[in-house]
Design a protein around this ligand. Structure first.
Ligand code: LMR
Length: 400
């Protein structure tokens, strides 16, 4: 049966992890996969997570099944984190939540729900978008189309082109938006710009599907949820996929949520019942450990404060690295201006070099990034910034 199956190429992002591990150079720099690293280059278990995990282990009295919708306390705590505790959509009972297998699982659940409701829906995704959005959303049969998003020359969002494209979509099209820390560009919308997007979404009666994978790592825990909260106040329908991988550092535990907002509590309940059936069909139930930890953190004031401080530290480190990186790159490559990197947010930015130059950086300098030149800023350290900038300058000089 399996003799006709071909060996597929590695995933463009995850394949880099293996290549980096196999590189024996002591000077290697990993700017590939989007995981946070501290000043020592480690991806630590957060202290809030360690403490919450101890409580979970002490108090847990059974390993019996939870439920296809996941851990109810976690789902509720995540609704409040995403929307803000007093949000009118919560008060009106319009929100229902299902736990996902990480943010990816939540995105897939959202796509499956759209496919169940309207199988011919087209999902419009930013150009560019995170590489895995394509198989995650397209894999259940939805068609994907790009809308203009990033101006590589200016290093910022092409707002006018984006608004125009969204304004020409057929009514009821689905539009995938990144709440903050746009992956892969790092170019986010301002509050004013989100309001302009909202006006188009209302005019064309689009369904926004917001991916919030980096809450707290861009401008702040509340600031990064601005679009989610605004859209939930102003729109009849909204889907929001949230990941706990980055801001709680829970990557391998696969914790995330899909929040479903419709016009009424009864419609949201119906949509949730469909999701429960979808989850049962796909994997039955999500894992609980990460969800139990997050729920413990978010419902305990001291742990929550500690977590907020730890997320703040991660955010500040990334912002500081962005500023340092611009200084080093502008000094090493005077014919180019990398200032746009300091204005962007989250883990990623495009360096703006060609795939050949990316390959040269890897082969000659042991610097790893995806072919489109996306760099994970958090993979840099003060000690290797200068070497990184020098490597970029050499590669640019050689091909320039
Ligand atoms: C990334 O974009 O590098 C991360 O979200 C990890 C992944 O799964 O691709």
């Amino acid at each position: 049966m399996f003799e006709r199956l071909e060996r597929l190429p590695d995933d463009p992002i995850l394949g880099l992890m293996a290549a980096f591990r196999a590189d024996e150079s002591r000077d290697k720099i990993d700017l590939g996969v989007g995981v946070y690293r501290n000043a020592r280059g480690e991806t630590p278990v957060l202290e809030a997570v360690r403490r919450a995990e101890r409580v979970v282990l002490e108090r847990q009295s059974t390993k019996t099944y939870v439920a296809p919708a996941g851990n109810a306390a976690f789902n509720q705590a995540m609704e409040r984190l995403a929307l803000g505790a007093g949000h009118p959509a919560l008060a009106a009972g319009r929100v229902r939540t299902i736990q996902g297998v990480g943010g990816c699982g939540a995105l897939r659940l959202g796509a499956e729900l759209i496919h169940t409701a309207a199988p011919h829906s087209v999902v419009h995704v930013s150009s560019p978008t995170w590489a895995n959005h394509v198989p995650l959303l397209g894999g259940c049969g939805l068609k994907l189309e790009p809308y203009p998003y990033y101006d590589a020359a200016a290093g910022r969002v092409r707002l006018e082109a984006m608004l125009q494209a969204l304004d020409s979509l057929p009514v009821a099209s689905v539009v995938l938006l990144h709440a903050s820390c746009h992956n892969p560009t790092g170019a986010d919308l301002s509050e004013e710009e989100w309001r302009e997007v909202l006006a188009v979404v209302q005019r064309r009666r689009l369904l926004p599907f917001i991916d919030m994978a980096y809450q707290g790592l861009g401008a702040g825990v509340d600031a990064d949820a601005f679009a989610v909260r605004l859209f939930a106040s102003e729109l009849p329908e909204l889907l929001v996929a949230v990941s706990c991988s980055k801001n709680f550092g829970l990557y391998r535990e696969r914790a995330g949520t899909l929040h479903i907002l419709t016009e009424s509590a009864s419609r949201s309940e119906a949509a949730l019942s469909q999701e429960v059936r979808i989850a049962r069909r796909l994997y039955s139930m999500p894992p609980d450990h990460g969800a139990a930890i997050v729920s413990q953190i978010l419902t305990d004031e001291a742990l929550r404060d500690l977590w907020q401080r730890e997320v703040g530290d991660m955010r500040e480190r990334i912002l500081g690295l962005r500023r340092e990186l611009v200084r080093e790159l502008n000094a090493a490559c005077p014919s180019r201006d990398f200032s746009f990197i300091a204005a962007q947010r989250g883990m990623f930015s495009f360096l703006g070099v060609s795939p050949e130059q990316v390959r040269a950086l890897r082969a000659d300098h042991h610097v790893y990034m995806t072919e489109d030149s996306r760099i994970n800023i958090a993979g840099l350290r003060s000690e290797n910034l200068e070497r990184f900038a020098r490597s970029v300058a050499q590669v640019l000089r050689r091909s320039g």
